[in-house]
Ligand binder design. Structure first.
Ligand SMILES: Cc1cc2nc3c(=O)[nH]c(=O)nc-3n(C[C@H](O)[C@H](O)[C@H](O)COP(=O)(O)O)c2cc1C
Length: 223
């Protein structure tokens, strides 16, 4: 297959360094609101890149579950392949691509487990069958002989924890928060002249002269 003649001209928006908000959280939430309003399918699905001590990057989709004051949170199995990577190297990057808006967002920073209490409270809000599914998939990313083995385990656990009974929160399951250190917003433009604005944390006033210490510096990057 050859895609070399496939080209789209991106013309839906623009990003101006002088008028972006002082905080990347504000812009991220604004873009997320627009994606939801424009019915982008699961705009909170993000590609998560990790890299363990083998220096081989791995990437997979996870669902963003919360934007906090300091970072972004998703939930997973701590003993999965990604959990192993994070234990070895607690740095991560996530990527959102919203084709409908011709936008890409990259967020990176240190990553750490969230409080077990907060994970438990989220786990208990999940549908019963998803809770059971989390117990089946242990260790997530481990090999299983066939689908029947998974289904049998699911049924056994359903019997052990019937609907309307509490499924205990697995100790091996919970949230991670990536503390936002760097965010890049990419808006597609015509003629490959795309807009890229990157926010990094700064000690003092930001480069646009916002008053006081906003904590963030912006730069325009070549596309
Ligand atoms: C749309 C979508 C959403 C997903 N959401 C999650 C999630 O929130 N947490 C999770 O652990 N895996 C999620 N997955 C599955 C992961 O992509 C991946 O298969 C799994 O976490 C195992 O990854 P690992 O072996 O690299 O640890 C999702 C997959 C898709 C396609």
């Amino acid at each position: 297959m050859d895609f070399t003649d496939q080209r789209l001209s991106y013309e839906k928006g623009e990003l101006d360094q002088q008028s972006v908000p002082a905080s990347p959280f504000e812009l991220f939430k604004g873009w997320m609101d627009e994606a939801l309003a424009q019915k982008v399918q699961e705009p909170y699905a993000m590609s998560l890149a990790t890299c363990g001590v083998d220096n081989k990057p791995s990437v997979r989709i996870v669902l963003l579950r919360e934007i906090t004051d300091t970072g972004i949170v998703f939930y997973t199995n701590y003993e999965s392949a990604k959990g192993q990577d994070i234990a070895e190297n607690p740095n991560a990057e996530v990527l959102f691509f919203w084709h409908e808006l011709e936008r890409q967002i990259r967020i990176s920073g240190p990553i750490a487990k969230i409080d077990a209490d907060k994970s438990a409270s989220y786990f208990q809000k999940r549908p019963h069958d998803s809770q059971v599914g989390a117990w089946v998939s242990q260790p997530q990313s481990g090999e299983v002989a066939n689908r029947e083995v998974m289904e049998q385990t699911f049924e056994q656990l359903q019997e052990k924890h019937p609907t309307n009974t509490t499924v205990p929160t697995p100790a091996f399951w919970g949230g991670y928060e990536i503390t936002v250190e760097k965010v890049e917003f990419w808006q597609g433009r015509a003629n490959r002249m795309h807009d890229r604005i990157i926010y990094t944390q700064s000690g003092g006033d930001d480069s646009k002269g916002h008053e006081g210490n906003t904590g963030w510096t912006t730069k325009r990057l070549l596309p």
